[in-house]
Design a protein around this ligand. Structure first.
Ligand code: GLC
Length: 630
């Protein structure tokens, strides 16, 4: 191909940064072509850490040319052009506050390390972790809470001298750490909340601002680039020798958007969690300057645009691939899983609170309001089940072709699983895991239900009913260690087909009905919101009996949660942080307001008008006052 032809192809392919295509990315040097890095050339060659951080004169986007293009390969040529463009994208940054070149409010307190952490950064982690662990074992009789704080602090990751997140697990016995040495966005949320509640805001602010920088990273997998606005699932701080200087090192942020993750799963929940944490940071610290920054406002809008983009869907729920959230591998949760919908709803409400009113965002806010109304109606109406609803489904007529069908999604009553008949208490109910045409996933997914309470996606009555069910089914959902990630597990042929015979997700293990202590914090917030903290207290007491002795496992196995998970990491940070957040909130319940979304009365009115207008019968314009116009 001639260079002129290549130019034409490039023009056709690009529009901003190109979505390129190549024949076989694995065989044509594609992968080794370029490494894009966001670098801080932070010299780690002596001096105090604070001094080192001051010496960091530069955050720059940098690319390293590894292999030159051979011949006239189009993909290669396209990449060359892109690399040239990116070469000019250099940003200077000294502190998180000025990341992305936006000057921060000068009144912000300087970034500092937590006072009681010591140690030298090794691959972004703190070398003193082992010492803390040893100490904490000896002091086993001492307070579990104190031990948890020590361990949480030992998991802090530093970037150029500044605390920036916590690693997923700090397990010394682990021979295969996989990516558990990374900072996961979702895992950091309970850590961040614990630090906020303790009055240590810097780490959260840094996390928010540095992960924001990763949002606009060039991301590709096998020639495909996902939508702008995606937040990574995790990132790692790498400490590497500084180019051309043997005596110095530099810290590099290295994100994973799913392109290296097991199963290459898309981290849909990351951006949603990021927005939720940003609001919590503002509410807890009183520092609204972070959410008001231009780059942060842009970041919020990019996430919203990605989530609100038009697709083929007929439903207001967010359509996602399998493994796009806490359950990050194949578990039959592709489509419209509840967890993503609850986080989506919560993030929309949080974003609405934080978006600066300006002409440019009017359309976005309108779309957001419309989505909130439609989403809450859809979930409350179609995901909800209790004894009465199951009985309705049991008597459904099928194959109804009409605008006013009762069985809108054509659910065959035979789908009602036998376990559900025993599981559903007379008093109580819950939101099902997923709804698709001709398919209801009746499994109980804990995080989705708990976050539906916290975000007010569920009505007040539904929220109480979910807690009623948790109390009634304590022996199934909590048993010896809180809290089952989902109930029940998939077994036999179903397990083979749905998980793809995943040996990690065997019945009652890991994501397939395993018990995850980290869920304690979400349970606690939900219980506090509904003024029923005793339920959470009971669960925390149960966890306290063995969680420290068991070395803070990631998850427990078996139906009764009796064993530490067969492949569970020990000293799993979000197990530690989840416990801490639960403890702090139970001591000071009003602090839970930083996470809770109260029911919006305008939304409520619109919704009740919609329900009164009986959408089962009416099509098109329904007779209700609609304050939000598409
Ligand atoms: C597991 C969990 C995921 C978590 C990660 C790191 O893959 O399923 O939710 O973020 O471990 O702890």
């Amino acid at each position: 191909m001639t260079m002129a032809a290549s130019e034409a192809v490039l023009r056709a392919l690009s529009g901003g940064l190109p979505h390129t295509c190549c024949s076989d990315p694995c065989n044509n040097n594609w992968k080794s072509l370029l490494f894009f890095k966001s670098r801080v050339n932070c010299r780690n060659n002596g001096g105090s850490l604070y001094q080192k951080s001051k010496n960091c004169s530069r955050m720059l986007w940098k690319y390293t040319w590894i292999n030159a293009c051979q011949g006239e390969d189009v993909a290669c040529y396209v990449e060359t052009q892109r690399a040239k463009r990116l070469e000019s994208m250099r940003f200077k940054c000294q502190r998180a506050d000025s990341v992305s070149g936006v000057t921060a409010n000068e009144n912000l307190p300087p970034i500092s390390r937590p006072v009681n952490t010591v140690g030298v950064t090794v691959n972004g982690n703190v070398a003193s972790a082992a010492t803390v662990r040893e100490k904490s074992h000896k002091a086993h009789e001492g307070s579990v809470e104190e031990e948890a704080w020590d361990l949480l602090r030992a998991s802090v990751v530093y970037y150029c001298g500044n605390p920036i997140g916590t690693i997923a697990a700090n397990d010394p016995s682990d021979t295969s750490i996989l990516n558990y040495d990374q900072v996961f966005i979702r895992d950091f949320i309970p850590s961040g909340i614990a630090f906020l509640l303790k009055g240590e805001y810097d780490i959260v602010r840094n996390f928010i601002l540095y992960t924001l920088q990763l949002q606009s990273w060039e991301k590709t997998m096998d020639c495909h680039s996902p939508g702008q606005g995606l937040m990574p699932a995790s990132f790692k701080v790498r400490t590497v020798p500084l180019d051309g200087d043997d005596s110095a090192t530099e810290d590099i942020l290295d994100p994973d958007f799913g392109e290296a993750a097991i199963g290459r799963v898309a981290p849909v929940d990351s951006g949603l969690w990021w927005i939720i944490l940003l609001r919590a940071y503002g509410k807890c610290s009183g520092d609204l300057s972070v959410q008001e920054r231009v780059d942060v406002q842009t970041g919020i809008k990019m996430i919203l645009k990605l989530c609100l983009a038009d697709g083929f869907d007929m439903f207001p729920t967010l359509l996602v691939t399998d493994g796009s959230c806490m359950i990050d591998r194949r578990m039959g949760i592709h489509g419209h899983p509840l967890e993503i919908q609850a986080l989506f709803y919560s993030a929309l409400l949080c974003a609405r609170e934080m978006l600066a009113p300006e002409d440019g965002s009017a359309d976005l806010i309108r779309a957001l309001n419309n989505r909130l109304v439609a989403l809450s109606f859809h979930i409350r109406e179609y995901y909800w089940i209790d004894m009465k609803k199951i009985n309705e489904i049991y008597r459904y007529k099928t194959e109804e072709y009409s605008y006013d069908a009762v069985n809108k999604f054509n659910i065959y009553p035979d789908q009602i699983p036998s376990w559900l008949v025993d599981f559903m208490p007379n008093r109580g109910g819950y939101l099902i895991g997923n709804l698709q045409p001709a398919h209801m996933d009746f499994r109980f997914f804990s995080l989705g239900n708990l976050w539906s309470i916290i975000s007010s996606l569920a009505t007040v009555d539904q929220s109480h009913a979910i807690l009623d069910l948790i109390e009634a089914k304590w022996a199934d959902l909590v048993t010896e260690m809180p809290f089952k990630i989902c109930y029940p597990s998939l077994e036999g042929q179903e397990w083979r087909i749905i998980t793809g015979s995943d040996p990690k997700n065997t019945p009652w293990s890991y994501h397939n009905g395993g018990s995850w202590p980290t869920l304690l914090w979400q349970l606690t917030v939900a219980c506090i919101k509904m003024n029923r903290p005793k339920i959470a207290e009971r669960a925390v007491k149960l966890a306290e009996r063995r969680i420290s002795r068991d070395k803070w496992p990631e998850y427990y196995d078996t139906k009764k949660a009796r064993f530490i998970g067969k492949q569970a990491r020990l000293f799993q940070t979000w197990s530690i942080a989840g416990y801490l957040v639960a403890k702090i909130l139970l001591d000071n319940p009003s602090a839970a307001r930083i996470l809770v979304n109260e029911e919006d009365s305008e939304l409520l009115n619109t919704l009740s008008d919609m329900i009164n207008a009986n959408p089962r019968r009416k099509r098109g314009r329904v007779g209700f006052k609609q304050p939000f116009i598409v």
